[in-house]
Write a protein that binds this ligand. Structure first.
Ligand SMILES: *Cc1c(COP(=O)(O)O)cnc(C)c1O
Length: 409
């Protein structure tokens, strides 16, 4: 009872969810692509721009001092949120994609050589494949891939066999954006350490639906993207262990990241600034700080993790009971995402019918073409939940599937 009330109140914090689409209250089930924004984030970004906007770290005047403080304060909040040891371990990037490219270009080029092995998984988003493929093309690094089982979980026996003395990095997702599969992070990191390999966790989905304690996980890198964590787009985060970051060369050159510049010699700042060339996404970083405040303050985080799981179970129960529907999200450990197909109907047609009912879902390969290939399909319909999703949204999803089945009989 209390839970239901909490969720309806939370929904009211997100102004876009009050909108109507084709005459009906919008049912937003595409949070895995990008989440809606709470008023607290919108207000904070507005406030910076209306009250004291200026560039950061440069001006001596009040506006710049205030904005710089808010910007660094956001970094501190994010460090606390993921339980990093220090705010110096938090690098602001454009998104998760840029964070992974940064590690590949900086750490990868310095520490890898031809024949060294990187282990990825079949669950990965293209953002955690392509940057490593560049290293394969340019340096002769070898990419090994952990296959999935039929149910969408990782084949951990295959994983154990792939890890050898040649393994230098294991880069893997904490949660699949296409199926919702959760990966055995603890096992993977332990195994990596046993051969002295580094680890990079793609937390783009995981951080939204699980706890992320980077110190307890003991990973080397953890990346995520602001817009899926109820913050703005244009801002992402790379966490890296401080001593490791300071061994890595800069990724891009420019203002803000240097100590001294002459035409004979250039010296760089320590992390995180050596990786933040040029004017950062100031308002967006502060907005992401507000999102974290919102998650920790307004939301009862452990409660919402349970709430999302209950919704997933309910959606699964109802959708799988409909004949002709195949659910692809079948791994024993999973969260907040239901990927399915309807016999003889293309996923894009499903999404189009849903749209007419004000139901937003994603249809396609979800930037995970190798995963689709492993499943033997080209696309699924993906319904993904957020803290604001309700049982009513699930009822609308079910209504949508029934309608598709009638239309395409
Ligand atoms: C969305 C997503 C990314 C990429 O996020 P961007 O914001 O596009 O950089 C990477 N990995 C996973 C698992 C994702 O869900």
């Amino acid at each position: 009872m209390m839970g239901a009330k909490k969720v309806s109140l939370i929904r009211d914090d997100f102004p876009a969810l009050a909108q109507k689409v084709n005459g009906r209250r919008v049912t937003y089930l595409d949070s895995a692509a990008s989440a809606q924004k709470p008023q607290a984030v919108i207000d904070m970004m507005n406030q910076v721009m209306t009250e004291h906007y200026a560039n950061v770290h440069r001006g001596v005047y009040l506006f710049s001092a205030k904005t710089s403080a808010a910007f660094e304060d956001a970094r501190t909040k994010i460090a606390k949120f993921i339980e990093a040891r220090s705010a110096k371990e938090i690098i602001f990037t454009r998104n998760a994609t840029e964070a992974i490219n940064l590690v590949a270009a900086s750490w990868g080029r310095k520490f890898l050589k031809a024949g060294d092995e990187i282990i990825l998984t079949e669950l990965e988003h293209h953002a955690n494949i392509v940057p490593w493929w560049f290293l394969k093309e340019q340096m002769g690094v070898v990419i090994k891939v952990v296959p999935i089982l039929k149910n969408g979980a990782l084949d951990m026996e295959a994983f154990d066999r792939l890890v050898t003395g040649k393994t230098k990095l294991i880069a893997f997702t904490q949660m699949s954006n296409a199926l919702g599969t959760l990966t055995p992070v603890g096992h993977i990191i332990k195994k990596a350490k046993s051969v002295g390999a580094k680890t990079l966790i793609d937390g783009s989905q995981g951080i939204v639906h699980l706890y992320a304690n980077v110190t307890a996980l003991d990973c080397d890198f953890y990346v995520f993207t602001g817009h899926k964590l109820y913050g703005p787009s244009g801002i992402g985060v790379l966490y890296g262990r401080e001593e490791l970051l300071n061994e890595m060369p800069p990724y891009q050159g420019g203002g803000e990241m240097i100590e001294k510049v002459s035409f004979d010699e250039i010296t760089f700042k320590e992390a995180p600034y050596r990786f933040e060339a040029g004017t950062p996404a100031i308002v967006e970083a502060i907005g992401l700080g507000a999102a974290v405040d919102y998650l920790l303050g307004r939301l009862d985080y452990p409660y919402f993790i349970k709430h999302e799981l209950a919704l997933l179970n309910e959606a699964e129960k109802r959708i799988s009971a409909i004949p002709g529907v195949k659910i692809w999200s079948q791994a024993p450990e999973r969260a907040a995402i239901l990927s399915f197909t309807i016999d003889n109907v293309h996923p894009h047609d499903v999404a189009t019918v849903f749209d007419q009912m004000g139901v937003c879902v994603r249809a396609g390969h979800h930037c995970a073409q190798p995963l689709m290939k492993a499943l033997g399909i080209t696309a699924t319909v993906r319904a993904s939940f957020g803290c604001y999703s309700t049982l009513d949204d699930i009822a609308r999803l079910e209504e949508g599937v029934q309608k598709v089945k009638k239309l395409f009989k």
